[in-house]
Design a protein. Structure first.
Lengths: 259, 278, 365
């Protein structure tokens, strides 16, 4: 590949990573108002972030919400994946398509649908509503990733265990489940990330007293550009990076996304 | 697993979630699009009034047109920008390949709010580009790169690039590196090799890339809202406004179904084209 | 119900090598029959090989015996007890897979001990048994290794150890050597046979490689398209094939189309262009027949010599193949390939191919 081509690719990579780079830089700004480049450098933004009560509450809600949705989806999704991969139930391919369908539709439509139903049942701006809404987003990830992992497990291993005397539930506990753990770990990490970053659907589900961190950020950005947001963004990127490392170490990012 | 009952039991929790959070809301939404909104009060009906209103009102038609136009432009730009990256990743044998692949996909895993915020910093009146150009004396006053369609195009293109790259790579399967080498040994210059071998063989990938990017862009909400500053109304932001500000839920539902219809039309068109080429 | 397999949960019981009987075993996938009615009796301590080309149903039969694939018809009897409906984990058999199927998340000792663990054996006792069987397969020091650290041959021996340690009633092996390279295959072949002879475990071995079948087995079952073509000792299969399929599948043959001139209790007289033949098999007089002679059973005399089972011809080609020399001879009855231990003939030489009547296999055309 020629030098010209490589230079082009390098430039495109810079374009690709520009926003993240800029966010990182401005997080070290001591200005009251966001400007590029910062007139004063320092950790003022991080300190203000730490003291920001609204963001801390939002963070707490987001973490608890992501954790709850992940746990529920992990249970439901793993069970469903196992049934799809190992049983001969007719229509299981159709069910798989149904479980992963939410990923195909735009968040705005999913969110509106939830709004309409929740309004009817008084679930708007409630914790339950938020959990249900986030499970909608996290379940497809879990099903897809765990199914990929399951299909990668050699079926002859389970047969070997059976011939060696293990009853079906013992085969699951001693052979299948331990081999599913990397997939489940990756699924949990991706699911947590998906829920934590969720904005569009959540916009329809939050209320004045119950809101998540991305929504707080969204509202703040609409009205002012504050270096605190950059600092928060850097923290979120760090969290994302940590979770991606978890996914890579357990299953591998490309494999988890089905490629 | 032999027992069908056990399999059905395992599928139950996921099915329940899908029913409550997905099927029920979507059905409700479809049904509601046929109702009417009379000054904030829901009127149960079975009418196509909302749809008729959409297709006869200049504002809504403008939204539809703008959405299609922006999405098409972003699809073209994103494919143009992602193609070299995808080709590079496909060809490279360097040991940095894994790292570069992760770097390409990593932005996808960061919240789009954060990424769009980054673009606001770059494109704003006091942002990176304007500051640099002003400091270099190339312009006298800040160039409007935000709160307009230009900003949306730039930001959305970059936001889409990782997904487009993945779609391109998926479609590159038919491109065997040895084919390019064969062409070169037969006397083709790099440009001709590209035009006669690489490009045709990667055409399926390009088609998928355009499709995926178009579909995601036309339904995009966060980036057009933030970078458009309310002046670039597209389908998604219009749905949001109708639902949460105007409180015209039936209308919002109708626009949602129109958006899905656009999806469907594009997918059908793609299928037809793909079958013709195959 | 005859005396069943060694009771589960009693690890100290030494399983008697079991006798295995297959009655009318059949399996189809949809409309396609894969195993079309197989009857077979295997005696305790015997080493029986299922031999055939891919798709002949041999692996399916093995899996039905193991309990992994349910048959559509027929019965499987272990020591006289009908185990057809018994689930795999209750059959007390040992199965060695083609791809080894070692549990990657356990070390070698864990893998080998798995079957003992399922039978409730205490740790201390299990450890001793595991070490003993690892010594048997010459992997005594490998207990703490992980499967991925082992070579193909080592993994296969661990798989063998894992299957043997539970003292199974029947040992099943599904093409265990196919994934190994040639030299390793030969070494492991001898090792498996030696271990089996020592333990006298009833063994059912599946392969498509006739060299393995002939060298390792007490008896060979030749399968074709889901049916048994012949059951016999390696010598019987080789020297007295029951059908053209068996004759051509095992070893190499020359084919000669001929007509039966006369036949009696001692055999048949045959005619073919340039040949007055005699076979020990009897077919009806006047019938068209296909005769087969193995290349190693043909001798070449210089010049043209008359006689029964003598066919004159000219050397067309001589190919030096290291271990043997292949001589292609053109005759009025067709082309013959003869194998000789050393060189000596040249293209164009006049020779006469001749062989014994007992070596002339005969089948209806």
């Amino acid at each position: 590949m020629s030098i010209g081509f490589r230079a082009l690719v390098a430039a495109l990579f810079c374009f690709l990573l520009a926003p993240l780079f800029v966010v990182l830089l401005t997080s070290f700004s001591n200005d009251a108002f966001l400007a590029f480049p910062p007139r004063e450098w320092g950790l003022h933004a991080y300190r203000a972030l730490w003291a920001n009560q609204a963001f801390r509450e939002g963070f707490g809600v987001s973490v608890a919400l992501a954790g709850t949705a992940t746990l529920i989806s992990l249970g439901a999704g793993t069970a469903a994946s196992y049934a799809i991969a190992r049983s001969r139930l007719p229509g299981r391919e159709a069910l798989l398509a149904l479980f992963t369908a939410p990923l195909l539709l735009p968040g705005i439509i999913l969110g509106l649908g939830l709004l309409l139903v929740f309004a009817q049942f008084g679930l708007l701006a409630t914790w339950t509503g938020l959990v249900i809404g986030h499970c909608l987003v996290t379940l497809p990830y879990v099903v897809r990733v765990v199914l990929t992992a399951l299909r990668g497990i050699d079926a002859t291993l389970e047969e070997a265990a059976a011939v060696l005397g293990a009853a079906p539930w013992r085969v699951f506990r001693r052979v299948t489940l331990p081999m599913m753990l990397p997939g489940m770990t990756a699924a949990a990490a991706l699911s947590f990330l998906a829920s934590f970053d969720e904005v569009v659907i959540t916009l329809f589900l939050v209320g004045p007293r119950l809101t998540t961190l991305p929504i707080e950020v969204w509202h703040t950005i609409e009205y002012r550009a504050d270096p605190q947001i950059s600092a928060l963004s850097v923290a979120l990127i760090a969290l994302t990076a940590a979770l991606v490392v978890v996914v890579e170490r357990s299953l591998g990012v490309l494999r988890a996304m089905g490629r | 697993m032999k027992s069908r009952r056990l399999a059905a039991l395992l599928l139950l929790p996921a099915s329940a979630i899908t029913l409550i959070a997905f099927l029920l809301p979507m059905g409700w939404l479809a049904r509601l699009s046929l109702d009417l909104n009379d000054g904030g009060i829901l009127v149960a009906a079975v009418t196509a009034d909302n749809y008729r209103h959409f297709f006869t009102d200049a504002f809504y038609l403008g939204v539809l047109w703008r959405s299609v136009w922006v999405a098409s432009s972003v699809a073209a730009l994103a494919v143009l920008a992602a193609y070299p990256i995808a080709l590079f990743l496909f060809r490279t044998r360097s040991r940095w390949r894994g790292l570069l692949a992760v770097l390409t996909i990593a932005p996808l895993l960061v919240s789009s709010v954060v990424r769009t915020f980054g673009w606001m910093i770059i494109l704003g009146d006091q942002g990176w580009i304007n500051s640099t150009l002003l400091a270099l004396g190339l312009i006298a006053a800040p160039v409007q790169l935000m709160n307009n369609t230009t900003g949306v195009l730039i930001g959305l293109t970059e936001i889409m690039m990782p997904t487009t790259t993945l779609a391109l790579l998926a479609g590159f399967a038919r491109l065997d590196l040895t084919l390019e080498e064969a062409a070169r040994t037969l006397g083709a210059s790099p440009w001709r090799c590209f035009r006669r071998v690489t490009l045709p063989l990667t055409a399926p990938g390009i088609a998928v890339g355009v499709l995926v990017t178009f579909v995601l862009s036309i339904s995009s909400f966060i980036t057009p809202s933030l970078l458009g500053g309310g002046r670039v109304p597209m389908l998604a932001s219009t749905i949001y406004e109708e639902a949460l500000e105007t409180l015209n839920w039936p209308m919002a539902a109708a626009i949602s179904l129109i958006l899905i219809a656009v999806f469907g039309a594009v997918l059908v068109g793609y299928e037809r084209l793909a079958r013709r080429w195959a | 119900m005859g005396q069943p397999v060694a009771p589960r949960g009693d690890p100290r019981a030494v399983s008697e090598a079991g006798s295995l009987a297959l009655e009318g075993l059949a399996k189809s996938y949809g409309e396609t029959p894969v195993v079309a009615g197989v009857d077979l009796a295997i005696h305790p301590g015997e080493f029986v090989t299922l031999l055939g080309p891919s798709g002949c149903g041999k692996t399916t039969i093995l899996r039905m015996v193991a309990g992994l694939t349910p048959p559509n018809a027929g019965r499987i009897l272990l020591d006289g007890a009908d185990i057809t409906a018994l689930p795999a984990h209750k059959r007390n058999m040992g199965l060695v897979f083609q791809n080894y199927a070692l549990f990657p998340h356990m070390d070698v000792a864990g893998n080998v001990a798995f079957g003992l663990e399922m039978r409730g054996m205490k740790r201390a006792e299990a450890s001793r048994r595991v070490q003993a069987v690892l010594d048997l397969v010459r992997l005594g020091g490998f207990a703490a290794r992980r499967p991925r650290e082992l070579s193909g041959g080592q993994q296969q021996r661990v798989a063998l150890a894992r299957a043997l340690v539970v003292r199974p009633a029947v040992l099943l092996l599904d093409e265990p050597l196919s994934n190994l390279d040639a030299k390793l295959r030969e070494d492991l072949r001898d090792e498996i046979r030696a271990i089996q002879e020592r333990l006298r475990t009833t063994t059912l071995f599946v392969t498509h490689d006739q060299a393995e079948a002939l060298t390792m087995s007490d008896r060979v079952v030749v399968l074709n398209a889901g049916r048994i073509e012949q059951v016999g000792t390696p010598v019987e299969i080789y020297d007295q094939p029951a059908s053209p399929f068996v004759a051509t599948f095992i070893g190499r043959v020359n084919r000669l189309d001929c007509t039966v001139a006369a036949s009696d209790a001692a055999g048949s007289t045959l005619t073919a262009p340039g040949l007055r033949g005699r076979s020990v098999r009897a077919l009806p007089a006047g019938a068209r027949a296909r005769a087969m002679v193995r290349p190693q059973r043909i001798s070449l005399a210089a010049g043209h010599v008359e006689g029964e089972n003598h066919l004159a011809g000219t050397v067309r080609r001589v190919v030096f193949a290291g271990d043997i020399v292949q001589v292609e001879v053109e005759t009025p009855a067709g082309a013959l390939t003869v194998e000789q231990p050393r060189r000596g003939l040249a293209q164009g030489d006049a020779v006469t191919a001749h062989w014994e009547a007992a070596d002339m296999m005969l089948f209806p055309a």
